[in-house]
Design a binder for this molecule. Structure first.
Ligand code: ADP
Ligand code: MG
Length: 304
């Protein structure tokens, strides 16, 4: 069963120009994400992950290609329309705590600051903010300032802030890179819980395979394109009754199947490691079809 597609990237290209120099950050990236999915985006530094996330979130626009989020065509929007879209549809969690929270506001004030004040009165807003802080397990610290919290706690508050506008999509750019690995797993579990309970679509960038291995779908990016995808065959199984949101630790790499992506021109990107393992070290390969399988092998010398 295919769910509604909430993010569709079609041949996205992003070129940055830095004093005469052009940087190709995205090179024709195709991607679809369904409503309610929780995916991770994995890739080396500089591969284009943040650029992609910023474009999905309407913070940046592509040089070419199309980006649709729900029925909004972001590639056609003006700055003010993008801002409106962002305010209503997207929640962001950044890597650095200081980009997520105002240091001069308390925890609850930070959450309230992004809520829409118009319709409701202040008490109602406070109630809603408190409920969000309960969702992330931070209600008891509502009157502290960010500097009085640990890195992991700050990120929990950042998640509550990101959810305060009731977004359809939560975008998180390496939200766990500044915390230790135990805290990183707790943050991931919290995101899982919010994904399951609130149905919010979550796209998380990481370079930590220990985290991405716990997620149903991992999209790997290399050189500004989707290179491969990993899909978990079994659904994830998170125990929410546990206060620490434990997930089963027997979920390991074996249950993943790896997929490579054919682009619109039927091109396939193979990673270096695959080629190394197959002993392919030339740029000419032999391609044959055997039993509905395409076999790519090293050019054989005997054939000459
Ligand atoms: P990642 O998040 O995967 O580390 P980025 O999306 O940040 O990668 O960057 C992709 C490429 O684009 C890199 O080469 C980076 O230096 C370049 N880049 C990103 N943002 C800018 C910018 N604002 N100006 C110029 N180059 C940029
Ligand atoms: Mg980045």
């Amino acid at each position: 069963m295919k769910n509604e597609v909430i993010v569709r990237c079609d041949n996205l290209v992003k070129i940055f120009e830095l004093d005469e120099q052009k940087v190709l950050a995205l090179q024709g990236l195709d991607l679809e994400i369904e409503k309610g999915e929780m995916v991770t985006i994995l890739g080396k530094s500089g591969s284009g992950k943040s650029t992609l996330l910023n474009i999905i979130g309407g913070l940046d626009t592509p040089t070419a290609g199309e980006i649709m989020v729900g029925n909004h065509n972001l590639s056609k929007m003006q700055k003010d329309e993008l801002e409106e879209f962002r305010k209503n549809t997207i929640g962001f969690v950044w890597q650095k705590n200081r980009e997520n929270l105002f240091s001069y506001m308390t925890v609850i004030e930070n959450v309230m600051a992004v809520m829409n004040y118009t319709a409701s009165d202040k008490n109602e807003i406070r109630e809603m903010a408190l409920r969000l802080l309960q969702d992330v397990g931070m209600e008891s610290q509502q009157n502290k300032f960010p500097s009085q919290l640990s890195g992991g706690e700050q990120q929990r508050v950042a998640i509550a802030v990101a959810l305060a506008n009731n977004p359809q999509i939560l975008l998180a750019d390496e939200p766990t890179s500044a915390v230790d690995s135990k805290t990183a797993h707790q943050i991931l579990k919290l995101l899982y819980k919010l994904n399951k309970e609130k149905g919010v679509t979550i796209i998380m960038v990481t370079h930590d395979t220990a985290l991405s291995d716990k997620v149903n779908r991992t999209i790997m990016i290399a050189d500004g394109k989707v290179s491969t995808e990993k899909l978990r065959i079994k659904d994830y199984d998170v125990n929410f009754s546990d206060a620490n949101f434990s997930y089963r630790d027997d979920i390991e790499k074996e249950v993943h199947e790896e997929y490579s992506i054919l682009d619109k021109a039927n091109r396939l990107k193979l990673d270096d490691e695959m080629l190394r393992q197959a002993g392919i070290d030339t740029n000419k390969v032999k391609v044959t079809i055997v039993d509905e399988k395409i076999i790519i092998e090293k050019e054989s010398l005997e054939a000459k």
